[in-house]
Design a protein around this ligand. Structure first.
Ligand code: NAD
Ligand code: ZN
Ligand code: ZN
Length: 396
């Protein structure tokens, strides 16, 4: 039997690579004859993983991380009909049964059958159903026929693997943020956050035809990365209030649409830019979005945060000025991105060179061993998207 190694959460601030079980077509007593075993080709570190690793969730010791998975099918269960051994596939980070009411409506981020605790599941994530994560050499993917996106040509896919690896999460997530904010041809957009999701969202806004994409963050290297592919940028450490900084760029202190690519670990603006202020982004996007505009919120908000700044925030209650959004008839869209809604079209955009998403988010390939350092560098604000190559299969 093959050995398997994966990245485990140890305690706040610490992950390690350890030997783990080789996957079975099961989750505990639950048989998964509809599943496949993948030999992982690429598996990315995500800002969502960092919430756990920073100790901001109730993730248990030993949780095997990783929900952004691309791999080769090496074993297919008895009930898998269409996916075959040897297929190279992208795995949506949402686990979905394809049979429940929500899946049938395309809402695969809130499948009703994959997590006894609540709607929605993911690999390697706290409260997300206990499915083993894929920052490892091998992983099991259930409901394979429904979940997996097969790349049409393996050789071509390996050439573009740095881009295609982003289909499991951040490219669809950034795109979903833009779509749900109503971005279209000629839009003027504010994207809060220049982490990988913010950068993927900014690139998606360009793909959707936005006229101006303004990205705000407080990390200069990440803002420079946004600038490198044509975004306007705002350094939120500056004293200039956000509406005025927007007016300096587009002549008016408002935008058509805004996307929160930050979430609950948001920092304040100006003099408070080094302090956590979890409602900052939600309140500031209501401030700068025009009346009638849309606000996409892919940034993660939680129901429990042991490290929150105050008692209310520990339960996920934030001080949001909803009256402002109501007065401006804003529409809001929250939740996990239903990856499957977008991944095929975004794959085609990659394969036909309509988008340079790996370049936009600055993909860096690392080994499984290097993932421990990757977590540290990412937490330190590196302007990079770290992609783990556990078997050394990715060409230079
Ligand atoms: N909805 C989904 O399906 C989904 C999928 C993937 C990731 N996410 C979430 O998206 C968020 C971003 O992910 P990421 O990988 O880019 O994380 P990240 O931590 O690398 O990026 C967040 C960025 O926000 C910046 N920031 C902090 N406060 C800010 C503020 N007030 N205004 C503007 N920028 C601010 C930080 O400096 C950082 O660069 C996370 O919350 C992650 O959990 C959601
Ligand atoms: Zn992710
Ligand atoms: Zn379902």
């Amino acid at each position: 039997m093959c050995k398997n190694h994966g990245v485990a959460y140890v305690k706040p601030g610490e992950v390690e690579v350890r030997e783990i079980d080789y996957p079975k077509l099961a989750l505990g007593d639950r048989k998964c004859h509809h599943g496949v075993i993948l030999k992982i080709v690429s598996t990315n570190i995500c800002g969502s993983d960092q919430h756990m690793v920073r100790g901001r969730t109730t993730a248990p010791e030993g949780l095997i991380l990783g929900h952004e998975i691309t791999g080769l099918v090496i074993e297919a269960g008895r009930d898998v009909e269409f996916i075959k051994e040897g297929d190279l596939v992208s795995v949506p980070f949402n686990i979905a049964c394809g049979r429940c009411r929500n899946c049938k409506e395309g809402k695969t981020g809130i499948c009703l059958n994959v997590n006894p605790a609540r709607p929605g599941a993911a690999y390697g994530y706290v409260d997300m159903g206990g499915w083993v994560g894929g920052q490892s050499e091998y992983v099991m993917v259930p409901y394979a026929d429904f979940n997996l996106l097969k790349f049409p040509d393996k050789d071509q896919a390996m050439e573009k693997i740095r881009d295609l690896t982003l289909l499991s999460d951040i490219f669809p997530t950034g795109y979903h943020g833009a779509v749900t904010a109503g971005v279209g041809p000629g839009s003027i957009v504010y994207v809060a956050g220049a982490g990988p999701v913010g950068l993927a969202c900014a690139a998606s806004c360009h793909l959707l035809g936005a006229a101006v994409v303004i990205v705000g963050d407080m990390i200069p290297e990440r803002l420079a990365q946004a600038k490198s592919f044509g975004c306007e940028t705002i350094d939120l450490r500056n004293k200039t209030p956000l509406p005025d900084a927007i007016a300096d760029i587009v002549g008016v202190p408002e935008v058509d649409c805004a996307v929160d690519c930050v979430g609950f670990e948001a920092k304040g603006h100006g003099a408070d830019a080094d302090k956590e202020a979890p409602a900052t982004v939600l309140n500031s996007v209501m401030d700068v979005t025009r009346a009638g505009g849309g606000i996409g919120i892919p940034g993660l908000y939680v129901t429990g945060d042991p490290g929150a700044v105050d008692e209310a925030a520990k339960k996920g209650s934030l001080s949001i000025r909803l009256g402002l959004g109501w007065a401006k008839s804003h529409s809001f869209h929250t939740g996990q991105c239903p990856v499957m809604k977008y991944h095929r079209q975004l794959m085609q955009a990659i394969l036909y060179d309509k988008v340079q998403i790996a370049k936009a988010v600055n993909v860096q390939i690392i080994s499984l061993k290097e993932s421990v350092q990757g977590y540290k560098d990412f937490d330190g604000g590196a302007a990079k998207k770290f992609v783990i190559d556990p078997h050394g299969l990715i060409p230079n």
